[in-house]
Ligand binder design. Structure first.
Ligand SMILES: NC(=O)c1ccc[n+]([C@@H]2O[C@H](COP(=O)([O-])OP(=O)(O)OC[C@H]3O[C@@H](n4cnc5c(N)ncnc54)[C@H](OP(=O)(O)O)[C@@H]3O)[C@@H](O)[C@H]2O)c1
Length: 330
């Protein structure tokens, strides 16, 4: 294997304008890590704004940094102490934000971040899952401890995380209401919402019933509404920022804020749900790795359900030429 690869990197803190497609060293799988031949990597639009993207845990600068922390690919190298995976395994996973991501031809990833991927979908589709679906799973199951028959409101149900929150809430036996922009209402109904409301329509804005559980999959402008929608004694889960105590006041509700954590058992359960047809990945747009800067720039401003994905290799392991990129299913 060559010592260098092509990767999307940033040499200074900033937005999409700092990303360059360039040669970089092929990473080495350290103790407990595997080297993955990247087939697809998904984008979280907000990640370039997060401190972890730019600094290591000890606070030191870690530029140049490689973004995109959801990967689907094939194991091509084993670090010391790895016995959970073998060469050739098809894996997917959420890569910690304080290390290099998968916008590259190869990525070194701790085995604790990985599971065998769902084989009924393409690598492009399976790359949309690990961070977003794990976040939705942990919000509903680990933090809200959702019970069958409860009513869940998902704010932002057409987003990367929100679309999985709607589907998983439904799968866990809840009644689901969701907000989305008008053009995405049919989408959130199709993936399992019982009620869908247009957040851009002021007339629609106050007609949702209060819920046992509110999942705020937007954050910022929706915080106040999220608090108002929780019934007395209910739970509010956020993952974009903690709920401001000034908003909750003396209201009777529990609030949870969390950062998604690696969880191999949950990732495996998500893969099984996809293979059984109970959970559907949604690809918003597909870009080639050389177009990574445009992918980041456009994913922050373009609308439409699902996640933006960088397609790196085809099913035979060949690097994609731009004109052959797979397109999302309509
Ligand atoms: N803590 C963690 O571990 C963790 C993990 C993943 C994500 N996050 C955070 O979670 C948030 C969502 O991430 P994501 O990747 O799902 O983002 P995303 O794909 O951009 O989804 C956000 C969704 O919210 C919708 N939206 C925007 N304003 C809204 C409003 N006022 N009311 C209702 N919906 C609205 C957007 O629709 P439009 O198309 O209309 O804009 C979009 O569908 C981000 O803040 C991200 O940083 C945190």
């Amino acid at each position: 294997m060559a010592d260098t690869m092509m990767a999307l990197r940033s040499h200074r803190r900033g937005g999409p304008e700092t990303l360059v497609y360039e040669s970089a060293p092929v990473p080495v799988a350290a103790l407990g890590e595997v080297l993955i031949e990247v087939h697809a990597a998904a984008i979280t639009p907000a990640e370039l704004g997060w401190d972890e993207t730019w600094r290591s845990e000890d606070g030191s600068d870690r530029t140049p940094t490689i973004p995109s922390h959801e990967v689907s690919g094939v194991v091509v190298g084993l670090g010391e102490g790895v016995d959970r995976f073998s060469i050739g395994d098809q894996v997917y996973g959420r890569i910690g934000f304080n290390r290099d991501g998968a916008a590259a031809e190869y990525a070194a990833v701790p085995v604790s971040d990985l599971a065998l991927r769902p084989l009924s979908v393409s690598h492009v589709e399976s790359a949309t899952l690990p961070l977003a679906a794990l976040t939705a799973w942990q919000a509903l199951a680990d933090h809200a401890r959702l019970q069958p028959g409860e009513h869940v409101v998902v704010l932002g149900g057409a987003g990367g995380v929100g679309a999985f929150a709607v589907q998983l809430a439904r799968y866990f036996g809840a009644a689901v209401s969701s907000t989305a922009r008008g053009a995405d209402l049919d989408f959130v109904l199709a993936i399992g919402a019982d009620v869908a409301l247009d957040y851009t329509n002021a007339n629609d804005n106050n007609v949702l019933d209060q819920a046992d559980v509110v999942i705020d999959a937007v954050g910022g402008p929706t915080s106040e509404r999220a608090v108002r929608l929780v019934r007395a004694g209910g739970r509010l889960v956020t993952f974009s920022q903690p709920v401001d105590a000034a908003l909750t006041g003396d209201r009777d509700l529990q609030t949870f804020f969390f950062i998604v954590e690696a969880n191999e058992a949950e990732l495996s359960a998500i893969a099984s749900l996809v293979d059984s047809g109970a959970l559907r990945p949604t690809v918003a747009r597909v870009y080639g790795l050389p177009e990574g800067r445009a992918a980041y720039a456009e994913s922050s401003v373009l609308h439409g359900p699902g996640k933006t994905v960088l397609a790196v290799r085809d099913e035979h392991g060949n690097l994609y030429a731009e004109e052959r990129l797979p397109q999302p299913a309509i």
